[in-house]
Design a protein around this ligand. Structure first.
Ligand code: BMA
Length: 350
């Protein structure tokens, strides 16, 4: 009897492992891809560029190099309000369709979330109160309201399915840039404990809604002087994170950017190795590209020195663009980056 039970149990466990949940499968796929090099990703790639908006079947990346980004980024900001469009005016129906289409063509999908401020009603950047996180975690007056927001996120993410109705694996990176203090969940706006409660509550709630297809990325901002103690202060934990992300823009001088990003990449690479995670530049760029050689002269050499999973320049909007665009400064340089063996676009990961 005992033997039969053990046999049945091990067959069951074996079948579970074999089936694997979608997030585990994606992690394995990413590890394999990472052996070949690092992927190019782009936010809102197929929705608009500085010279066009909302047309179907367009992509600044494809128009420049003849291939789609391997990774496509989308944002959920506004879904919590029941809005039809995200904070950047992209209809959620379009986000849904494009996420599914990118998965069906063999690509990787990532979602960020710039939710409104649940206490003041302002935007994600409303940092007028340092009581926001405290107000939405257990025991807080906005707890029920925030749970209803998480339910709206879950409702939407649960619709991201393939043709057969199976959930599509997604890299989800909530509460990003939390070492800065420009979002209501930032460093000076909540304690480390409150931040971790927020992370856990988000993750546990989405899991309880059946979202086992999310691979979580913890994505602080460029710091320049990480050390273990500082990094671990708000790190949600090895059991809660699969990808160590970093958002890194060149806002100031090139020398400062290179110094800070080189130091951070060294740190996150070592940290990822020790904690068995992958790591990526989950947002990056140089606003409105003023430099014709930045991609291959500044960014690429730093990325080449590390086992990076992907880099994802932010959106190409009219007033602020971060990705490559045909006819714009840096386009020829980006083609050189594209041609390199270790830079991976959609066709390279299929
Ligand atoms: C920021 C800017 C904003 C945008 C937000 C969410 O970095 O690009 O204009 O609304 O990201 O995409």
């Amino acid at each position: 009897m005992k033997k039969i039970t053990i046999l049945t149990l091990s067959l069951f466990v074996g079948a579970q492992l074999y089936a694997g949940n979608p997030a585990d499968k994606l992690f394995k796929q990413l590890k394999k891809i990472n052996k070949k090099g690092y992927m190019f990703g782009h936010q809102d790639d197929t929705f608009y560029g500085p010279t066009w908006q909302w047309e179907l079947n367009r992509s600044d990346c494809k128009e420049l190099v003849g291939d789609y980004p391997a990774v496509m980024g989308f944002d959920l900001g506004g879904i919590e309000m029941g809005d039809a469009k995200d904070l950047d005016s992209v209809p959620f129906t379009r986000i849904h369709d494009e996420a599914v289409a990118h998965y069906e063509r063999g690509g990787i999908i990532t979602f960020s979330w710039h939710p409104r401020n649940p206490l003041t009603g302002g935007t994600a950047w409303d940092v007028t109160s340092d009581l926001v996180v405290k107000s939405i975690i257990k025991g807080g007056p906005q707890y029920a309201k925030f749970e209803s927001w998480l339910n709206k996120v879950a409702d939407f993410l649960l619709t991201i399915k393939d043709k057969k109705g199976n959930p599509i694996p997604i890299i989800f990176r909530p509460w990003h840039e939390n070492n800065g203090s420009w979002f209501w969940w930032g460093q000076k706006l909540c304690t480390a404990d409150e931040f971790k409660q927020l992370w856990n509550m988000t993750q546990d709630h989405l899991t309880s809604r059946g979202l086992t297809n999310l691979l979580y990325s913890y994505s602080p901002n460029l710091q320049g002087d990480w050390n273990k103690e500082r990094y671990l202060e708000r790190y949600p934990g090895d059991d809660r994170v699969a990808i160590i992300g970093e958002d890194a823009y060149q806002w100031g001088t090139e020398a400062d950017f290179v110094k800070q990003l080189s130091a951070d990449l060294d740190f996150v690479e070592a940290f990822s190795k020790e904690h068995k995670k992958l790591f990526a530049l989950t947002e990056c760029g140089y606003k409105n590209m003023p430099d014709s050689t930045w991609w291959t002269r500044v960014l690429k050499p730093m990325m080449d020195k590390h086992r990076l999973l992907y880099f994802l320049p932010w959106r190409n909007w009219t007033t602020e663009y971060f990705g490559p665009i045909k006819g714009f400064t840096g386009d020829k340089d980006f083609v050189e980056l594209y041609k390199a063996k270790n830079t991976l676009f959609l066709k390279d990961i299929k």
